[in-house]
Design a binder for this molecule. Sequence first.
Ligand SMILES: [Zn+2]
Length: 242
Amino acid sequence: MHWILLALMGCMVGVAAAVYYACWVHDSQLLGPSLVRGAAGAKRVALTFDDGPTPPCTEQILDILKAHGIQATFFVNGKLVERFPNIVARIHREGHALGNHTYSHPCLRLKSRKRIAWEIDRTQEAIERVTGVRPKVFRSPYGVRWFGLFSVLREQGMWSVQWSDTGFDWVEKNTAEDIAAKTVANLRDGSVILLHDGCGACEPGEVIHAKTVAALPAIIEEVYRRGFKFVSVHDFLPPRTR
Ligand SMILES: [Zn+2]
C-alpha cells in the first residue's frame, strides 16, 4: 500500500515541478511560444521597460533615449495608460514601440482565461485610444504565464515577449552601478533587456526607479562600446507577427 502512496506523491511532485517550470521559469516554452532573445548575426539588442508609464521616470528615460537616438519598447499597464495618456502619446510620437503588460499588473497564476482576456483587452483598448495602434507584443507581469494566456494571445494576434538579460532594478539593495553592471554582464547578440520605468505594485509618483534612470547612460555606453546597436523588440519577431 505504501508504495502506491509514494508513487502518487511522486507524481504530484512531478506535476507541480512541471507547472512551476512551464509558468515561472522566464525562458520556458512549455505553455506556448515566448520570445526570449532575438537571432544573432546583426549585433542587435532590444531595450524594454515594464510597469509604466510613471512620471517622472518614463519621461526621464525618454529624454535619455532621445538624446542617443535609440528606439525602445515600453510594456505598459492599462490603468496607468488611462492615468497618464500624455506620456503614452509621447512614447508613440517619439517612435518607440508599445507593448501590453496587463491592465492592473496581477500575477496570472490561477487566473481564469476570462480574467486574462479582460486584462489584455482593456489595455489594448486604452493604448489604441491614445495612439490609434493596438500592440502586437505582450509581457506577463512577473514573467508568469498561465493556462489560457496563449489562446488569448493567438486570438489577438499577439506575441509573448520575455527577456534574456536584466539589471534586477526591482531589487531594492541594487545601486545604479549594480544595475548597469548586471544588465550588461551576460549581454549577447540578440539580447532582450528588461528594465523598469514604473512599479506594478506602487503608487505612481513614487520615484522607485530613479536608479534605473541613473544607470541607463552607462548601459547605453557599454552596449555601444561592444559594437551592438539598439533595435525594437519587434525586429526580433518572426515576420508574420510584425
Ligand atoms: Zn511588471
